[in-house]
Design a protein around this ligand. Structure first.
Ligand SMILES: Cc1cc2nc3c(=O)[nH]c(=O)nc-3n(C[C@H](O)[C@H](O)[C@H](O)COP(=O)(O)OP(=O)(O)OC[C@H]3O[C@@H](n4cnc5c(N)ncnc54)[C@H](O)[C@@H]3O)c2cc1C
Length: 369
């Protein structure tokens, strides 16, 4: 492990200055994709992938250590996380030969993938989705709408969930289908967010025709395929949870350096958040260890998701408070953006209400109604 991290530090010491010199402070989508391409060529972005897909075949804990070193180096965020972390492992598991060719292209950002799951009226209750895919000869004909599609504006491809058997029970009769966003009949519209960005899109499908060979996994078994994808998303949440302690520690160090003393209310909140983050970090590491050893996380992932999302909102609220008027006016851009962006944490990957329902039901054994 030490050798691997030493190799990474040497690689970063060479690659990062080259990327910075090339892009000269530009953090546009193209610049970030270029960084991902370099990270994939070095097999760092793809370290968890098996060797045959251009990875290093490393386990969760090694990958975590790699990501910590990369984050500490000040390297930019990789833009194609959804493809790298969620879609690619699903394609490796369920994709046919043609679909698996996308894996390498996901690493290099020649293909950027998004997940077309949520719909108006089918978010928390995803199994109520109504987008239809009807088999006509050797093609699917797709009609419907998706919403909150992350990276939808940049994506070249989508992992879509559509209903293929409307007569089957809700969780059955859904299929996973892959498609190019350039297919005729696909219309992508940006969704403007409270933080000023447009990282999401609405995607409309009107008589979109794709080959039946684009089916991902067995017909009508899209729910099972999607659970694999979402399992990877939940492991990602545990990684974020593990990092919160580091972030709060950084915040405390920053506050300690200030000339002006902060109020006892803020000190109390910082101390409480730090204690909670340490407990959360221990739980997250335990869960990631379990995954690394081939285990399947149980309801602890719901506890981690709830505590992480609510605690990270509290951290951003404190940061906003410390920024004072500059946070409110937007002059302190990172405090304002952080505060606004954190609102989504209790919605994405399962809202806090839904997660609390699961904890009440499966952890505490409370009656359902
Ligand atoms: C940052 C972010 C990224 C996302 N990326 C994607 C993506 O790439 N692809 C994609 O398909 N989707 C994506 N989503 C959508 C996300 O999956 C949904 O927003 C989420 O599942 C909630 O669904 P909804 O927005 O339809 O809200 P709803 O399900 O309509 O919920 C509305 C409110 O009702 C509450 N509620 C609903 N049901 C219950 C219940 N049974 N008990 C108690 N309360 C309930 C909810 O907690 C919420 O407060 C993303 C969302 C966010 C915030």
């Amino acid at each position: 492990m030490d050798d691997l991290l030493a190799e990474l530090r040497t690689w970063l010491g060479d690659a990062l200055p080259k990327w910075k010199a090339k892009w000269n402070g530009d953090t546009s989508w193209d610049a970030l994709c270029d960084w991902q391409r370099m990270m994939a060529e070095g097999k760092w972005a793809t370290a968890s992938w098996p060797l045959k897909y251009g990875g290093r075949g490393l386990g969760t804990m090694d990958v975590l250590a790699i990501e910590d070193v990369v984050a500490a180096s000040g390297a930019p965020q990789i833009p194609g996380m959804i493809g790298l972390k969620n879609v690619a492992p699903t394609l490796m598991k369920f994709g046919n030969e043609e679909q698996q060719k996308s894996v390498a292209r996901i690493g290099s950002t020649d293909e950027v993938w998004c997940q077309g799951f949520s719909e108006p009226g089918a978010g928390s209750d995803l199994a109520s989705l109504r987008t239809r895919a009807v088999i006509d000869g050797d093609e699917f004909v797709i009609n419907g709408q998706k919403v909150w599609t992350s990276n939808g504006m940049h994506a070249s491809h989508m992992q879509l969930l559509a209903r293929t058997d409307p007569d089957a029970p809700k969780h059955k009769g859904i299929s996973a289908i892959t498609l190019s966003m350039k297919t005729p009949g696909v219309e992508v519209r940006p969704i403007k967010q409270i933080n000023g960005g447009a990282e999401f899109a609405e995607v409309f499908f009107t008589d979109v025709r794709v080959p039946v060979a684009n089916l991902l996994g067995p017909l009508h078994e899209g729910w099972m395929v999607t659970m694999t994808t979402l399992g990877h998303e939940r492991a990602g949440v545990a990684v974020f949870a593990g990092r919160l302690e580091q972030r709060i520690r950084g915040l405390i160090e920053e506050v300690a350096k200030r000339d002006v003393r902060v109020s006892p209310v803020v000190s109390d909140e910082l101390a409480e958040m730090y204690v909670e983050a340490r407990v959360l970090g221990a739980m997250a590491r335990q869960m990631l260890n379990k995954i690394a050893q081939g285990g399947t996380p149980g309801s602890e992932q719901s506890v981690i998701k709830m505590v992480w999302s609510e605690l990270s909102q509290r951290v951003d609220t404190v940061v906003m408070g410390l920024a004072g008027i500059e946070g409110v006016t937007g002059e302190n851009n990172s405090a304002t953006l952080g505060y606004l962006s954190a609102r989504s944490a209790t919605i994405a990957a399962g809202t806090s209400d839904i997660v609390k329902n699961i904890i009440g039901d499966r952890v505490l054994g409370l009656p359902r109604d």
